[in-house]
Design a protein around this ligand. Structure first.
Ligand code: OGA
Ligand code: ZN
Length: 377
């Protein structure tokens, strides 16, 4: 008995699995994805699609215990598709993705105590702990690591456990301290209203790691809000504002003596299903709006509606980082900010670095695919 019933249609093979699932496999797709078309070691495609007859048709198709074997009319080529591979690759459905963790949207009721905490030593030393921490970071967009060593490279070590750092115009990593000659408001003692970092980049950095080395000054507390929550509430309660914010690209720009980095992008970017994918919100580096003046009144209404929500207590979670803690958050989802601090009252020093979303997801997929360790006898 086979677990797959097949029928040869005009342009595609129709398949029905024992559990009732169905799939349609167009013939050209089957030829394009014949297992022999891929390099056995690199798994990259090595057959030239233009060398394949676009009208290729099977002259035979047989299902065995583990394979669908197709003999092709014309060149007589034989393709052997593992049934498990066919089940996983059904046209019209995305391949299962262990990194596609559904966001759990949060508001103020999460509270600082609701931010998941993990021990840095476990994340560094154990793949399962690493995977658990990364999964929660993707789900909530924010987690805190505790027990970090008291030196800047400790945060980098954790970030590099995930993947390559994302360098920016501020360098491979950055020191958040009050500086005499700041090129960024973060490097002063002023308050920072809720924002995302570097929305002026074509692709803003994904995950931000802020490792607290010292936080002795009066003030300097941290603030966080889930940008997806604000976007979803706007969609529900102020749909016109949501539409403007997701459709109208606005200019963002950072410039100093060395750089002038600009982009036009919407405040809310949506994925293919229309769900929030990315938030760019940073009132201090939003550039001079340049949309047509006739839409400006409506745009300002929308932009102020978003900004107003960033001030509402219902979205905000406040905490004060202590030395040895590192907050890790998705900078393209979570807005962060800080209270002003008094540099005369004590030293404040955060060490930061970034990592792109794609590298984070890649690491999680590789961790999910690894075989469990054999249990020692
Ligand atoms: C930053 C920033 C927060 C802080 O460096 O971009 O937002 O707590 N810092 O100093
Ligand atoms: Zn910031």
């Amino acid at each position: 008995m086979t677990s797959l019933d097949i029928a040869l249609g005009v342009d595609a093979l129709e398949a029905r699995w024992a559990d009732g699932r169905q799939a349609t496999y167009p013939y050209l797709w089957l030829r394009d994805n014949c297992p022999s078309a891929f390099h056995p070691q690199t798994q990259e495609r090595i057959v030239d699609l233009l060398a394949v007859d676009p009208d290729a048709r099977p002259h035979s198709a047989v299902v065995t215990e583990e394979f669908l074997v197709i003999g092709w009319a014309g060149d007589g080529h034989v393709s052997r598709f593992p049934l498990a591979w066919l089940a996983a690759h059904r046209p019209g459905e995305a391949l299962a993705d262990p990194a596609a963790i559904a966001p759990r949207i949060w508001r103020a009721d999460l509270a600082a105590s609701g931010i998941a905490r993990h021990a840095a030593a476990e994340v560094l030393g154990d793949d399962q702990a690493l995977q658990a921490w990364m999964t929660e970071t993707l789900r909530d967009g924010i987690t805190i690591l505790e027990g970090m060593a008291d030196e800047p490279r400790a945060g980098v070590e954790v970030a590099q456990r995930v993947g390559f750092l994302r360098p920016t115009n501020f360098g491979p990593t950055f020191e958040v301290v009050n500086r005499p000659d700041p090129n960024n408001l973060a490097f002063t003692a002023l308050s920072l209203p809720l924002h995302t970092d570097l929305p002026n980049q074509e692709v803003p950095p994904g995950f931000q790691f802020l490792h607290c080395i010292a936080n002795e000054a009066t003030g300097g507390g941290s603030l966080f809000a889930d940008g997806y929550a604000i976007a979803c509430d706007l969609r529900e309660e102020e749909p016109e504002a949501f539409r403007m914010l997701s459709e109208v690209a606005v200019p963002f720009r950072f410039h100093d003596r060395e750089t002038d980095i600009r982009v036009h992008a919407p405040v809310i970017a949506l994925d293919r299903r229309g769900e929030p994918l990315e938030i760019r919100f940073n009132a201090h580096i939003a550039a001079v709006f340049d949309m047509p003046p006739d839409i400006m009144p409506a745009y300002y209404r929308a932009y102020r509606a978003f900004m107003d929500r960033t001030r509402q207590a219902g979205y905000r979670v406040a905490l004060k980082l202590i030395p040895g803690e590192m907050v890790v958050f998705d900078n393209r989802r979570i807005l962060h900010g800080r209270e002003a601090f008094d540099p005369a009252s004590g030293f404040r020093h955060l060490h930061g670095c970034y990592l792109d979303r794609g590298d984070f997801a890649s690491r999680l997929r590789v961790l999910a695919a690894r075989k469990p360790e054999p249990i020692a006898a």
